[in-house]
Design a binder for this molecule. Structure first.
Ligand code: IVH
Length: 677
């Protein structure tokens, strides 16, 4: 090999190292070397390029966008949480969305006015203006706490740094989606998988001079905190801020009723590919802001909006193999390993087959030619089989009766549908190492302990190395051992240690959600936390002699049914689970659940409703009670503080029970009086 070739090879190696670390940092959010180490590689490559200019004709530093990895952005709490959106995929989902809104708001036949906007596939950011001056710019983060990326956002010229109008509210928060145009992305193609990753990577760079080199754009789409509130409708809000210099999407429109929704959805779907930015659906929002406020949010998403996705992109491929995956609840999911194929710009090599019934219904076999579809971020699905392409020698797929751990699997009987479940499950819990691994991934996830730097891949690595077998091990990691692993350095280990220590302090509701009891999602975990309040009360569930009595009391809680109660009973009937959870508790500082609004009109009050109301739906009444600090119960007991009786078909038995227990009973109108007092 001549000298020139040697230098070229050395340079190629350095550039591919940098690309690898850019990818780990920007695309996978999993940096594996320190800033200093990254800079050293970069410097070496730069020195070579300076000395041997012919290197620049190939992949050079200039073409690699991104500076040294850093996760040193200041964290700032959002003034109002940044939520996600519920998804709708077909007309029926939109009909349901409209129906739920009408029911919640107790409306009859009138159509609610909606505002529709393209859903930009970019990175969300929020801009805070105080007296018209841009003072904060944050990334979404985990929705509650974002990162201070103000300097990077300021590099986007079309973001006003000062709003000139006299009419601007004292405090104004503008939510927006930052993106890179499709044409601009073509120039950056080599360093990033898609425009979305490129925008995210660019926004999270420490050096805003680098961000400035990337042609970021944005569309403003929402209102965060505002003081005083001067806006009336979403449409009017956007029109006003557009006059103040913000960029809003020109394809937004007021629509009413399902027919208009469908028509407009189809129209935009048709022109979608001609737009210079990626959109994956349309967001439909209740236009009137007072109605949005009444509708409020569920734990993750607003009730007043939904993202109506465009139909998924499809492709044809061949099944190479069918393998089993075990989820954290023991569910066995068959997955088709397929010949890699591009679906909507993403290479796909796995597709879910859902469950045993789905395979037999569609008679899916290894070797089959199939059509697959990919919608949004979800794992692609197998749509249909092309039987004409099937070989005569092909055999029916026999679904394994055992879990990957070797244990027998079971199909449960569902109380709600009164049918046998379609899903097979391994019942070994933590004794199945496949389940244990998934449970650990759940525990460190964003909504649970939210351990930064301990993503799914790292959990896999630590699990394989036997560093962690069960949850408490996360808090007893031997960092010296991690330091010796390839890809880990001083900085990354220090960061991991910090984030693990930080996550040791956790509120009871998050803890309950984290331990992964089946059927106990975030919403139910909150209801349970509001019941138990402290970890010591929750721990009483661990003792067999207390359990059934406590579980009986849970029936009273609105939102908790027999399915949840059986599941809790099941979970704590397993000695191993109790031992694992106790060990975990010993590592933590679990603080009491506090109801967000302790000064509310119904703080610490237990309330029940019977009979339909004239002015408000039951869901809205419940939501108002909760946002005023009260708890809604589902049955009468001596714990109840107040029974509110609506005019339409109240249950006589409940009123009699309440009277017997001397519980205060009031009418719908008296309730409004308390609310307005
Ligand atoms: S409204 C309370 N409107 O989609 C959430 N979101 O899945 C209200 N997005 O975090 C969101 N375009 O980053 C809204 N026109 C649009 C949007 C939009 C893109 C993103 C945004 C949000 C995510 C929710």
């Amino acid at each position: 090999m001549n000298n020139k070739q040697k230098i070229i090879n050395q340079h190629i190696k350095l550039i591919s190292e940098l690309k690898k670390h850019n990818n780990l940092y920007f695309n996978q959010d999993n940096p594996q070397i320190s800033d200093a180490d990254y800079d050293r590689i970069k410097l070496k490559a730069l020195e070579l390029e300076k000395k041997y200019p012919y290197l620049k004709s190939q992949d050079s530093i200039e073409k690699i966008v991104g500076t040294s990895p850093s996760n040193k952005f200041r964290k700032i709490k959002h003034l109002i949480p940044m939520l996600s959106l519920s998804n709708s995929f077909e007309k029926k989902d939109m009909v349901d969305f409209l129906k739920k809104i009408k029911n919640f708001l107790n409306l009859n036949n009138e159509n609610v006015e909606l505002f529709s906007e393209p859903k930009i596939d970019g990175i969300s950011a929020t801009l805070v203006y105080e007296n018209g001056l841009l003072t904060k710019g944050l990334s979404r983060g985990d929705g509650l706490v974002g990162e201070d990326i103000l300097n990077n956002l300021k590099t986007i010229k079309s973001i006003p740094k000062k709003i000139q109008s006299k009419l601007v509210p004292e405090l104004l928060e503008i939510r927006c989606e930052v993106y890179i145009g499709k044409k601009d992305f073509n120039k950056l193609k080599e360093s990033f998988a898609n425009p979305r990753n490129a925008a995210g990577g660019s926004l999270r760079q420490k050096n805003s001079n680098e961000t400035a080199k990337i042609p970021l754009r944005y569309f403003a789409y929402g209102l965060g905190a505002v003081e005083p509130q001067t806006f009336d409708r979403q449409s009017e809000f956007l029109k006003t801020i557009s006059k103040w210099g913000f960029v809003i999407n020109p394809l937004s429109k007021i629509v009413k009723g399902i027919d208009e929704i469908e028509k407009q959805h189809q129209q935009i779907d048709q022109i979608r590919s001609s737009l210079d930015y990626d959109i994956d659906g349309l967001v439909y929002k209740v236009n009137k802001l007072t109605l949005q406020k009444r509708l409020g949010n569920t734990s993750n998403s607003p009730r007043w909006a939904t993202a109506y996705k465009f139909s998924a992109e499809k492709a044809i491929t061949v099944i190479k193999d069918i393998i089993m995956q075990v989820g954290r609840t023991g569910a066995i999911t068959p997955v088709a390993k397929v010949d890699p194929v591009t679906v909507g710009g993403v290479i796909v090599s796995n597709a879910t087959l859902h469950n045993e019934d789905e395979i037999s219904r569609k008679d899916i076999r290894i070797g089959d030619t199939i059509s697959i579809q990919r919608a949004g971020d979800v794992i692609p699905q197998v749509l249909s089989v092309d039987i004409s392409k099937r070989k005569k020698t092909s055999n029916k797929f026999i679904f394994p009766s055992k879990c990957l751990c070797g244990a027998e699997t079971k199909k449960e009987f569902s109380e709600s549908s009164k049918k046998e479940d379609a899903v097979r499950r391994c019942t070994k819990g933590y004794d199945c190492k496949f389940i244990a691994r998934e449970k650990l991934k759940h525990i460190v996830s964003k909504e649970a302990f939210n351990v930064d730097g301990l993503g799914k891949k790292v959990v896999d690595q630590f699990f394989d190395l036997k560093f962690i077998k069960e949850p408490s091990d996360i808090f007893k990691l031997d960092y010296k051992k991690i330091m010796k692993l390839e890809g880990w350095g001083n900085l990354s280990v220090e960061n991991l240690k910090k984030s693990i220590n930080k996550s040791k302090v956790i509120q009871l509701d998050r803890f309950i959600y984290s331990i992964g009891i089946r059927h106990i999602g975030q919403e139910n975990a909150k209801i349970l936390a509001a019941f138990f309040i402290s970890i010591n009360e929750f721990k009483k569930l661990f003792k067999t002699k207390n359990r059934s009595k406590i579980l009986e009391n849970l029936i009273e809680l609105d939102g908790i049914g027999m399915t949840q109660i059986k599941s809790i009973d099941n979970f704590f009937s397993n000695e191993k689970n109790i031992k694992i959870i106790e060990d975990l508790i010993n590592q933590l500082n679990i603080y009491r659940y506090s109801i967000i609004n302790s000064n509310g009109k119904f703080s610490n009050k237990k309330i029940m409703f019977t009979g339909g109301f004239e002015k408000m739906s039951r869901s809205e009444a419940k939501s108002i009670t909760e946002s005023n600090g009260g708890k809604v119960l589902g049955s009468v007991s001596k714990k109840l503080d107040l029974l509110i009786v609506g005019d339409s078909k109240p249950t006589k038995k409940k009123i009699d029970q309440a009277k017997a227990l001397k519980i205060k009973i009031i009418t719908e109108n008296e309730w409004y009086k308390i609310l307005n007092s």
